[in-house]
Design a protein. Structure first.
Length: 125
């Protein structure tokens, strides 16, 4: 647990969340600001700040996050139509909460690519 981490506080039930699933490794809850008809997050119980901080020993947990996403998408009824899982990393990735989380977005068709022309970063930067 990291003292100032929002998602550690949600894991510890210090801050409420609209939970969908929980086990000893992960918690899934609805995103407070949904960007699709279905938008929930899957987070590990273990505090891991960013994708860059995932260690070899965390590989099973990260796989379990993805599997949990797929099981919940099926339970919620949008797995066959399709959905997107996203894990943002650091500033360019758009990360705002520094405890890794898998976004699961579904319920309507999505576009690609996920950035705007004006935000494109020149290759040399
Ligand atoms: P990211 O920008 O990838 O770090 O995603 C953080 C996500 O956490 C955003 O989609 C927020 O809407 C979501 N979020 C922030 N606070 C809460 C909260 N208390 N409960 C549920 N979702 C939250
Ligand atoms: Zn945390």
């Amino acid at each position: 647990m990291s003292a100032d981490c929002l998602f550690c506080k949600i894991n510890a039930k210090e801050i409420p969340a609209d939970a969908l699933y929980e086990d000893d490794q992960v918690l899934a809850f609805r995103d407070i600001s949904p960007q699709a008809p279905h938008h929930f997050l899957v987070i590990p119980k273990k505090h891991i700040s960013t994708i860059n901080d995932i260690a070899e020993e965390d590989c099973q947990i990260v796989g379990h996050m993805q599997l949990t996403a797929a099981k919940l998408a099926k339970q919620l009824g949008f797995s066959q139509q399709g959905y997107r899982t996203v894990m943002n990393c650091n500033q360019h990735g758009g990360q705002t909460v520094y405890h890794i989380h898998l976004h699961v977005l579904g319920g309507k068709p999505m576009g690609w690519p996920p950035y705007q022309e004006t935000l494109k970063t020149p290759i040399e930067q």
